[in-house]
Design a protein around this ligand. Structure first.
Ligand SMILES: Cc1ncc(COP(=O)(O)O)c(C=O)c1O
Length: 436
């Protein structure tokens, strides 16, 4: 396995380049810490096309704005903190640096409309993912098929499409009165992206109050939850109608206290590797017919899966696996880095809120997830909106109702780059002193 990865690296020129020279990235990034040098645009950048990280501006992002006056949105799920593993010099290995020669695998990868689900993923990537699960101990892989898609989003979409079609076909052959679409729900508070996914599937519709006991209901269970970090049991008892969204079931976000073996488990390089823009997710699927069906849905959308995407994910995994293999205990320095960042951020907010009148952090520190799920007491809210309380210090989160909860809750992302999180923390501190 290890030899295969090394040979592949050499073949592709996907060598693990040192920070200097890797794609032209300067060894001393002039934009840090207020931004990052974009090697293609040849200027500093932040997130979402911004010229710098939030609350930084000016030449090379060197101007730090007034942390209480500047506006800071902590609304997305961009896992940018993980890229600091590479830019911050934490890695003992060199940074992953995929450089694919022009001649390499230009053809379709040959798996389109294939029923050979085993062939739908580049073999060394499949091996790397299997090894990642094995060493992390978060999911059973023995006896599972792997289906890939552009992010967990596409994998979940393909699962909903196949499961709902099956349910409706079974119904129509039983002469029962059948619904026109299958209900999809998730327990509140839920990740709102499911509303869009299920609304765009031909045979499903989002119904937050669907009956979990109905045979025409599919549940998506986020484990641990976004936004609350809670690990819940499904309400739908038939496991073939439960999609386990486990994109946060990694040591950065929660204790890995069981190797799960649900029939359908979904993961993503977005939250594990910090590669949200690369768009790669995978499902571990027990039922071969379901896996084949999902593969056909994915192929029907994009004919074949991008080799470049797979190479970038593979290259990152090669480095983190290599590091883990070097430690006696197979601990992942990459996971430890992520865990340290996320847990210290939550600990900071939790300590702060322990003496902050009206604000409380509801996440458990052993299973935080990636977001602070904050509750406001009635006394500090003018019109029932916790989000508006944060706006008093120019901090913007997402109100609870977006997640199917009440607006006395607000979600803040803990996945921000360090300088943005530091500003967020200062704002919370100031808010607490205002409320005190
Ligand atoms: C619970 C959950 N599932 C899925 C996704 C989307 O993942 P991907 O980027 O792999 O499509 C997110 C993104 O925030 C998420 O929080």
């Amino acid at each position: 396995m290890k030899l295969l990865l090394v040979v592949l690296s050499l073949l592709l020129g996907a060598a693990q380049c040192s920070g200097e020279g890797c794609g032209g990235y300067p060894s001393n990034d002039p934009c840090l810490p207020g931004g990052v040098w974009d090697t293609v645009l040849k200027r500093c950048t932040g997130i979402d096309s911004q010229p710098c990280y939030q609350c930084y501006s000016g030449d090379y992002c060197k101007t730090k704005e007034d942390p209480l006056q500047c506006k800071l949105a902590s609304v997305g799920g961009n896992p940018v903190y993980l890229s600091e593993y590479w830019t911050g010099g934490h890695s003992t290995e060199a940074e992953p640096c995929t450089q694919t020669p022009g001649h390499y695998r230009p053809a379709y990868q040959g798996n389109h409309y294939s029923t050979k689900v085993e062939e739908n993923i580049f073999p060394p990537l499949k091996e790397a993912i299997l090894q990642l699960h094995k060493l992390t101990g978060n999911a059973e892989t023995e006896g599972y098929f792997m289906v890939t898609g552009m992010g967990a989003t596409m994998v979940i979409h393909s699962a909903l499409a196949v499961i709902s079609k099956r349910i409706l076909q079974e119904c129509s052959s039983s002469l029962e009165v059948c619904p026109t679409a299958v209900d999809v729900f998730a327990q509140a508070p839920y990740y709102p992206g499911y509303i869009f996914i299920s609304s765009n599937c031909p045979n499903t519709r989002w119904n937050a109050s669907a009956d979990p006991n109905s045979p025409f209901t599919i549940e998506i269970l986020t484990y641990p939850d976004n936004p609350s970090g809670v690990k819940r049991n499904p309400l739908v008892m038939d496991p073939s109608r439960v999609v386990m969204d486990m994109v946060y079931y990694w040591p950065m976000y929660t204790e890995i206290n069981a190797k799960l073996d649900h029939p359908l488990m979904v993961f993503s390089s977005s939250k594990h590797g910090g590669l949200a823009g690369t768009r790669f997710g995978w499902g571990l699927v027990k039922d071969k017919d379901l896996a084949v069906g999902m593969l056909q849905v994915v192929d029907g959308i994009m004919l074949d899966f991008s080799i470049d995407v797979q190479l970038r994910v593979l290259n990152g995994l090669q480095v983190v696996l290599e590091e883990a293999n070097k430690t006696q205990t197979h601990n992942f320095p990459f996971h430890e880095f992520g865990h340290e960042v996320i847990s210290s951020r939550f600990k900071g907010v939790s300590d702060l809120f322990s003496s902050c009148p009206g604000l409380s952090l509801t996440n458990q520190l052993s299973s935080t997830g990636g977001y602070a799920w904050i509750m406001c007491s009635a006394g500090i809210m003018a019109n029932g909106s916790c989000e508006q309380v944060l706006e008093r210090v120019n901090l913007y989160g997402i109100e609870g109702s977006v997640f199917g909860a009440m607006d006395n809750y607000v979600r803040l992302s803990m996945l921000l780059p360090t300088v943005e999180f530091d500003t967020l923390f200062l704002k919370l501190k100031y808010l607490c002193s205002m409320l005190g």
